[in-house]
Design a protein around this ligand. Structure first.
Ligand code: 5GP
Length: 209
């Protein structure tokens, strides 16, 4: 069976990665999100196993030792990581998988998964980014400043990504990501084995699924 596509959606805190991913998942049933593990405490309304796997620092560090993460990073004082076997299973079953992760994590994934699609989500402006982080209401003035300063540094890594999408309107950003998925699925290096294997003509569903 054809392997699924790995879609890495990344960008600074407040750019709107989470909102975009939610909208994408609502719109398309061919995409699956990988549930990350974290040591941060759940926010109001967050459910263990749905939003994150909420772990203690000890359990997380045990999993690091056992090489259970595709990538992990320390983000604003807490660990976040992508469970390796979950992602591998989904990809091997032909599912397209979204990772919604920070920039450090995305760069680590890129070292191992070159055929992933790396999309950088940009805010429309730095002022808007600041306002979005304030509006979340979950940050202290110190953590707000930390996230805001990091965003300035993080934007320098955009050249490591394949695509940049400005999140000025969520629906438009989602449309752009869908266009990227379509484009990527037409790339010859993704489908050439299928084409060369096909002896009885090309059946398009088989090519692009
Ligand atoms: P939050 O605490 O706001 O849910 O997430 C903080 C940051 O951690 C966000 O930028 C989010 O994308 C990132 N993040 C969430 N899960 C992971 C993960 O598994 N790995 C990495 N590297 N970052 C993650």
């Amino acid at each position: 069976m054809k392997k699924g596509v790995l879609l890495v959606i990344s960008g600074p805190s407040g750019a709107g990665k989470g909102t975009i991913c939610k909208a994408l998942l609502k719109k398309r049933n061919d995409l699956h999100i990988s549930v990350s593990a974290t040591t941060r405490s759940p926010r109001a309304g967050e459910i263990d196993g749905v939003n994150y796997h909420f772990l203690t620092k000890e359990t997380f560090e045990e999993k690091i030792k056992n090489n259970e993460f595709l990538e992990y990073a320390e983000v604003y004082g807490n660990y976040y990581g992508t469970p390796k076997t979950d992602v591998q299973k989904l990809l091997n079953n032909g599912k397209n998988v979204i990772l919604e992760i920070d920039i450090q994590g995305a760069l680590k994934v890129k070292e191992n998964c070159e055929d992933g699609i790396f999309i950088f989500i940009l805010p429309p402006s730095m002022e808007e980014l600041k306002q979005r982080i304030i509006n979340r209401g979950s940050e202290t003035p110190e953590s707000l400043m930390t996230r805001f300063k990091s965003a300035y540094k993080e934007i320098n890594y955009i050249s490591k990504y394949n695509y940049a999408v400005v999140n000025d309107e969520v629906d438009l950003a989602v449309e752009k990501i869908e266009a990227i998925i379509t484009t990527e699925k037409c790339r010859v290096d993704r489908i050439k084995d299928k084409i060369l294997d096909s002896k009885e003509g090309f059946i398009h569903e088989q090519l692009y699924d």
